[in-house]
Design a protein around this ligand. Structure first.
Ligand code: HEC
Ligand code: HEC
Length: 267
């Protein structure tokens, strides 16, 4: 007991010392980690800026990865359609959503992890655009999400909801095809889908939806992606079907349980 007291008074084992030591350790680790991540991030941007690929590199990538199905001159083959006039935006959309290169013939090209870097994709897109031009990248304003959300939601209900569902949760179409959910899609790909009309989706040209309309629809979809669900469970946003099913199973289930409980109690 006496020894313990003596040590404390020496100040060698002050409880504050331990706290200070841990604090210092945390600070140093944090600083080193922050420095390291910043360094890695800066090397990343430098290396990608240093090696900009050209349309010629894109042509090589295309010949190696796409020509078996789309032809050496984009003319198309029995395994894939011609790419005349589909434009760089269609290539960017198809390849960076992982739909292309197609791996297996089927009712619809599935989305998968992209097989190329964004830079390689842009290079292939530039090559296709240089051979036979088509729809191109939008101005930043159209995809900035700053449009009229209410008008966009209205336009979405009229033009898109029959396939993609009012809540943009996606839906099944005929012959094993489907309109995907739009809950993860980027603004660029929303625009790309509207102007290139992938697969079963119609093309929405300027006559149908002006650039301003497209900007509003994109804004509405982005708003929906960011907003928090309010009003309890969404139940898949399927409306009366899932709500009815919920009441059927849990409502009637609860009634049955209560009835059983009452009878059991009266005994
Ligand atoms: C195994 C065959 C195959 C390969 C390989 C392939 N495609 Fe396709 N591609 C298809 C088929 C089939 C379609 C149409 C199917 C669909 O739209 O669902 C298509 C559609 C496309 C479209 C959309 C055309 C349009 O009318 O909008 C683009 C763009 C495209 N491919 C680009 C590419 C690029 C770029 C590559 C190489 C990275 C590639 N494809 C590799 C078979 C292939
Ligand atoms: C006739 C049904 C139909 C209508 C109407 C329709 N789409 Fe589509 N949409 C599809 C199909 C089918 C696909 C999938 C194409 C594929 O996988 O190649 C798709 C794909 C998309 C994608 C790409 C999703 C992703 O994550 O890659 C977006 C974005 C999109 N649609 C937005 C819209 C918008 C906005 C409208 C209204 C202006 C609309 N669609 C109207 C059927 C439709």
């Amino acid at each position: 007991m006496a020894r313990e007291k003596k040590r404390r008074s020496n100040g060698r084992r002050s409880p504050l010392a331990a706290a200070a030591l841990i604090g210092a350790g945390l600070l140093i680790t944090g600083a080193v980690y922050a420095g390291a991540t910043a360094a890695i991030a800066s090397t990343d941007t430098r290396s990608s800026a240093a090696s900009t690929l050209t349309a010629e590199d894109g042509a090589k990538l295309f010949t190696a990865n796409c020509a078996t199905c789309h032809g050496l001159n984009l003319q198309g083959t029995a395994n894939g359609p011609s790419l005349y006039g589909v434009g760089e935006l269609a290539v960017e959309f198809q390849v960076s959503t992982g739909r292309m290169p197609l791996q297996m013939q089927g009712p619809q090209a599935p989305q998968k992890a992209p097989q190329f870097t964004e830079e390689q994709i842009r290079a292939m897109a530039a090559y296709v655009q240089s051979e036979a031009p088509g729809p191109t990248y939008p101005s930043d304003e159209i995809i900035d999400g700053g449009g009229d959300v209410a008008n966009g939601a209205e336009l979405f209900r009229v033009n898109c909801a029959m396939c993609h569902n009012v809540a943009a949760a996606g839906g099944a179409l005929t012959e094993g095809k489907y309109a995907p959910a739009l809950t993860e899609t980027s603004a660029l790909h929303m625009y790309a889908a509207m102007v290139t009309g992938p697969q079963n989706m119609p093309v929405f040209g300027d006559m149908n939806l002006s650039d301003e309309d497209k900007r509003d629809i994109i804004s509405a979809l982005l708003f929906q992606q960011q907003s928090v669900q309010i009003g309890g469970f969404s139940l898949g946003s399927l409306g009366p079907v899932s709500e009815g099913l919920f009441v059927w199973i849990f409502g009637i289930g609860a009634l049955v349980a209560i009835t059983v409980w009452i009878t059991a109690k009266s005994n």
